[in-house]
Design a protein around this ligand. Structure first.
Ligand SMILES: CSC[C@H]1O[C@H](OP(=O)(O)O)[C@H](O)[C@@H]1O
Ligand code: ADE
Length: 301
């Protein structure tokens, strides 16, 4: 790997997507961050153009980490510290809508958080300083507008349908939803459901990373009257095909995202945390500032 070459794009693979072996591996990094080790070693791979991608497997290469236990702070911090400016994440989701069938792809633009407050969901807790990020649009609208048309084009060739502008419910798990919960999420306006997007999306925002989530539907959750509720066996049945499509999407998409980032076209999230800290600088603990400088330039000096 040429030492001057930047790794601008991070990719997080979810259930079924444990590697991007259709890209050319360059090296593996065993990283430690102030928030511990990421879920997996970081694989740096190159695209045919030579552009570099950093890949993390969210649940570990052999799927040993449960959704609640994913070290999301370490994952996001490691990618940011490496120089990434945008993250393309993948997730297997249940469908809360008839028209979103197993095998379909979805790019959500909203989140309903149903996690239970037991995940580490901020870089700022316990640091003696108070910072707030903007999260009204939890995914990067600029990145989504690039990713949507490209993914649509790629999936057209694969004969796979894409849904955009949907709402993802993030539940704690590991048990799937009850029928009553599943029906309630539909009434709330949820379209799909997973166990991973929170805190990943929140932490990406705090680290000023443009973040997009490409979802693959594996099941109809538990809301369909007369149908058995979702089981792992049902999810796993479609994971393999979905992962093959996700790899094709990654191969075609990541270059486009890289070019967009390299051209400096993502300019809304970067800089968004500069004035996020309410605590007077002179009382911010030096140790905390040092730790946070790992991900944000405002805490250096
Ligand atoms: C294996 S079924 C439930 C599991 O699958 C999804 O994982 P990921 O988002 O990492 O693809 C979902 O969020 C749950 O963690
Ligand atoms: N029905 C479901 N609920 C939560 N996470 C999921 N991941 C895949 N299917 C899911």
């Amino acid at each position: 790997m040429a030492s001057e070459q930047k790794v601008l794009i991070g990719c997080i693979g979810g259930s079924g997507l444990y590697h991007l072996d259709n890209l050319t591996p360059v090296k593996k990094l065993d990283v430690n961050t102030p928030w511990g080790k990421p879920s997996s070693p970081i694989t740096i791979s190159s695209l045919p153009s030579g552009a570099l991608i950093a890949f993390i497997s969210r649940h570990g290469p052999s799927h040993t980490i449960s959704p609640t236990e994913v070290p999301a702070r370490a994952n996001i911090a490691a990618l940011k510290h490496l120089g990434c400016e945008a993250i393309v994440a993948f997730s297997a989701v249940g469908s809360l809508r008839e028209e979103i069938a197993p095998g379909h792809f979805i790019i959500p633009d909203q989140i309903i958080d149903r996690t239970k407050g037991i995940r580490e969901d901020t870089f700022f807790r316990g640091e003696g300083l108070v910072c707030h990020s903007m999260f009204g649009d939890p995914f990067s609208t600029q990145l989504n507008s690039v990713v949507g048309p490209v993914v649509r084009e790629i999936l057209k060739k694969e004969g796979v349908e894409l849904h955009e502008g949907k709402t993802v419910v993030c539940m704690e798990g590991p048990a799937f939803s009850t029928r009553a919960e599943s029906l309630m999420y539909r009434q709330w306006g949820g379209d799909i459901i997973n166990m991973s997007v929170i805190p990943e999306a929140k932490l990406a925002r705090e680290a000023e990373l443009d973040y997009t989530l490409i979802c693959t539907s594996t099941d109809y959750d538990a809301w369909r009257v007369g149908e058995a509720p979702v089981t792992v066996a049902e999810v796993v049945k479609t994971l393999h095909t979905n992962a093959a499509h996700s790899r094709a999407v990654a191969e075609g998409l990541l270059q486009k995202v890289h070019d967009h980032v390299a051209a400096g076209k993502l300019d809304q999230i970067k800089g968004s945390m500069q004035w996020s800290c309410v605590t007077a600088k002179d009382v911010q603990p030096a140790e905390s500032r040092k730790k946070l400088a790992y991900i944000l330039p405002y805490f250096k000096d």
